[in-house]
Design a protein around this ligand. Structure first.
Ligand code: ZN
Length: 310
């Protein structure tokens, strides 16, 4: 994002803990970093850099996001009490920077294709009276043949994070985003929301995106294979007409630090589809008590059963 003059709709904040560089609306009095819940945030000038090309807008309103977060916390039975009392009002909608990668993939492959067919075979055995008899049974046999060919596919839904604060696997866990709802970026679109500046370079993200695209091709190619089964699929991919665009994705983030000793717990909700990812902490005391209660119930049942009470 390039710094713009007087009517600047944001002020810049930097988190000294996780390194996030955030642009925050003027009325947002954030005392903690929305990524890591650290209070160690400082004012900083806006970063000079590339403007995003597109953005996917928020669909999920903040009351719905809070309700989802509340349900997620309440559903975590085996979490420590302090976690269950977490405040969901700290949830923030953040426009997270990501790169959208599109390309044409040209693939050459070799594979073994298996076709199943059923044969009837005759065998001899002894029957119940010990006599030798001849019987038939069916058997499925796979015939293998080699196949090689070329295949082309369009890659249009690879996103990789451009934020050091948000790991790519976390982003993958709440994908997909519907790119039909892409809007051309304008600063107005972000009004009232927190937006993060990219902290990863386009070159770093391009490598990640290519790897993800090639992996995706492998899955699609596998689905595309003829026959009943296949094995030994080998392929090489050439990516052409590559395009990498910086975009902003709408994500609700709740960073929970429920006590000083425990690691940070983070809930992410896709601001477009509502898909949710997060791993609530486990309380070993609660789990042990539950296991002991189950064992006691089993022991009691067995005891009463052997005494003939049940
Ligand atoms: Zn932070």
């Amino acid at each position: 994002m390039t710094a713009s003059p007087a009517n600047e709709p944001f002020h810049g904040l930097g988190c000294n803990s996780c390194g996030a560089r955030l642009n925050v609306p003027p009325d947002e009095r954030t005392a903690r970093c929305p990524y890591c819940a650290s209070p160690n945030i400082v004012m900083r000038p806006r970063a000079d850099g590339e403007d995003p090309t597109f953005a996917v807008g928020f669909v999920l309103p903040d009351n719905v996001a809070r309700e989802r977060a509340r349900k997620w916390i309440r559903g975590a039975w085996f979490s420590p009490g302090a976690f269950l009392r977490s405040d969901v009002t700290a949830i923030r909608g953040v426009y997270v920077p990501a790169y959208m990668f599109t390309a044409e993939a040209h693939v050459k492959y070799t594979v073994s294709i298996g076709e199943n067919y059923v044969v009837i075979e005759t065998y001899t055995t002894t029957d119940s009276k010990g006599r030798l008899v001849t019987r038939t049974r069916t058997k499925t046999v796979t015939e293998w043949r080699g196949l090689s060919g070329q295949w082309a596919s369009y890659i249009d839904d690879v996103f990789v994070t451009a934020s050091k604060g948000l790991h790519n696997t976390e982003l993958e866990a709440i994908e997909p985003f519907d790119t039909r709802a892409l809007k051309r970026y304008s600063p107005k679109l972000l009004s009232g929301w927190i937006a993060e500046d990219p902290s990863m370079t386009a070159t770093q993200c391009l490598e990640l995106a290519r790897a993800e695209a090639v992996g995706q091709i492998g899955h699609r190619l596998s689905d595309h294979m003829p026959g009943d089964r296949h094995r030994g699929l080998k392929y090489s991919t050439q990516l052409v007409h590559e395009d990498l665009e910086l975009i902003l994705l709408p994500i609700w983030i709740l960073a929970i630090k429920y006590d000083d000793e425990s690691p940070l717990v983070r809930l992410l909700i896709n601001g477009q589809t509502g898909a949710l990812v997060g791993q609530p902490p486990r309380s070993w005391i609660k789990i042990t008590v539950a296991v002991l209660a189950v064992l006691a119930a089993i022991a009691l049942t067995v005891m009463l059963g052997t005494r003939g009470v049940l």
